[in-house]
Design a protein around this ligand. Structure first.
Ligand SMILES: [Mn+2]
Length: 216
């Protein structure tokens, strides 16, 4: 895919015009530490998905966020995978959260609430989102016992990813794994349910701010 050959920084910079003026519905974040080097761009209602984190299963999950969240999403991450995947997954969550927060802007006209219950064969996961401005995660995941890894991906990182996303996008998220036997199914249904809930919460319904408080 041609899009994958472009340099990460150029990708993120492209979503943000010179002078730093914000474009409605879009956010872009570049974040570099001693552990990770990450560029993320988000476009509400966008179509492009280009994702490369060095973790194939995580790429597969971020693709679900893009497709089922109706988000144009570019994620390029180079992390210290020789240590393990934790820094990379968590820092992508931070950068995606920051970019999403920028894309949400003042949230005027957005639905604010979103709810989805998504099956993947025997797995069933519920997610509820509120673009509340207040970070909160409730994560009830009864994972199938006896396995923790899908490929190189430690499923423990799923909660760390959503915690980072919630903290930096400043949203409320409740995840309930209702049932499931296959670990891949359970984790994938979790990402899809969160994506569907996000899609519903970020849909444009009008122009009013979805809060009687006057700010979100
Ligand atoms: Mn899958």
């Amino acid at each position: 895919m041609a899009a994958r050959k472009r340099a990460p920084r150029t990708q993120a910079a492209r979503a943000k015009p010179a002078g730093g003026r914000r474009r409605p519905g879009r956010g872009a974040v570049s974040r570099k530490t001693k552990e990770t080097d990450i560029a993320v761009s988000v476009e509400l209602g966008g179509l492009v998905a280009a994702i490369r984190t060095g973790l194939p299963f995580f790429d597969h999950m971020l693709s679900q966020i893009a497709r089922h969240g109706a988000l144009g999403l570019e994620v390029y991450a180079k992390g210290d995978l020789e240590v393990d995947a934790h820094h990379t997954v968590e820092d992508v969550g931070i950068a995606l959260g920051e970019a999403l927060r920028e894309a949400l802007g003042d949230k005027a006209g957005l639905a604010r609430y979103g709810h989805a219950v998504v099956p993947l064969d025997e797995a069933l996961v519920e997610a509820v989102v509120d673009l509340s401005g207040r970070p909160h995660l409730t994560f009830n995941a009864r994972l199938p016992s006896g396995k923790r890894f899908i490929g190189d991906y430690d499923v423990d990182l799923t909660q760390d990813f959503f915690q980072a996303l919630v903290n930096h996008a400043r949203l409320t998220l409740h995840v309930d794994v209702r049932s499931g036997r296959n670990l891949h199914h359970v984790v994938e249904a979790t990402f899809k349910a969160v994506a569907r809930a996000l899609r519903a919460a970020t849909v444009r319904e009008g122009t009013a701010l979805p809060s009687t408080k006057g700010v979100l």
